[in-house]
Design a protein around this ligand. Structure first.
Ligand SMILES: [Zn+2]
Length: 172
C-alpha cells in the first residue's frame, strides 16, 4: 500500500458514496455504503458510532473487525472532541476499513494520536485527507476562499489539517 493507493481508494469511495457537498460528511458516506450493500442483499458494512473519552479509554477513535454483529466493521469516534476532529476521525477510521487494515487477524486498530508514525497510519491519514479535502477540488476552493479560516470552515476541518493538505498539494 502507498499514499497514492490510499488516495485512489478514497477517490473510489467518494465516487460511489459522496453526494458532492462540502463539508464531506463521512457519516453520510457510511450510510450510503451500507445502503448499497443491503440493496445487493448483503449486511451493512460499517457501524459508525460516537463514543465518550471514557468509553474509548482516552483514544480519538477505533476501527474494529466484528465477528458477529449488525455490521462487518465497527468504527468509533470520540464525540467529545471538536467537530472538525470528529470528522477527521470518522474519515480516518473509515480509511482503516477501506484500506483493509482490520480483519480477522488484526481485529482492532486504536487511535490515540494521528501521528504518521507507521505506514498504516500514514495511509489512513492520506485516505482521510483525500476524502475530506479532495485533490481535484482544492485548487478551486482555495482560489475562491476569502481566508484559510473560511476554507477550513467550508471543509469542516481544522486549520492544521488544512495547512498540511495545502502544503502536500503544493497549493500554498
Ligand atoms: Zn489510525
Amino acid at each position: 500500500m502507498s499514499i497514492q493507493n490510499a488516495e485512489n481508494i478514497a477517490q473510489q469511495v467518494a465516487k460511489i458514496a459522496w453526494d458532492g457537498k462540502f463539508p464531506v460528511n463521512p457519516e453520510k458516506i457510511v450510510r450510503t455504503l451500507n445502503a448499497l450493500r443491503q440493496r445487493d442483499g448483503g449486511t451493512p458494512l460499517i457501524e459508525l458510532v460516537g463514543a465518550s473519552t471514557a468509553d474509548l479509554n482516552g483514544a480519538s477513535g477505533m476501527a474494529e473487525w466484528v465477528e458477529q454483529g449488525a455490521a462487518q466493521y465497527k468504527c468509533s469516534f470520540n464525540n467529545q472532541e471538536s467537530l472538525a476532529r470528529q470528522r477527521f476521525t470518522q474519515a480516518h477510521e473509515l480509511g482503516h476499513v477501506m484500506l483493509k487494515h482490520v480483519d480477522q487477524k488484526t481485529p482492532r486498530m486504536r487511535d490515540d494520536r494521528f501521528d504518521n508514525d507507521t505506514p498504516i497510519e500514514t495511509d489512513a491519514n492520506a485516505f482521510a485527507a483525500e476524502l475530506l479535502m479532495p485533490r481535484r477540488w482544492m485548487p478551486e476552493l482555495f482560489a475562491r476562499a476569502e481566508s484559510l479560516t473560511a476554507l477550513a470552515e467550508t471543509l469542516g476541518v481544522s486549520i492544521t489539517a488544512l495547512h498540511y493538505r495545502l502544503k502536500n498539494l503544493r497549493i500554498a
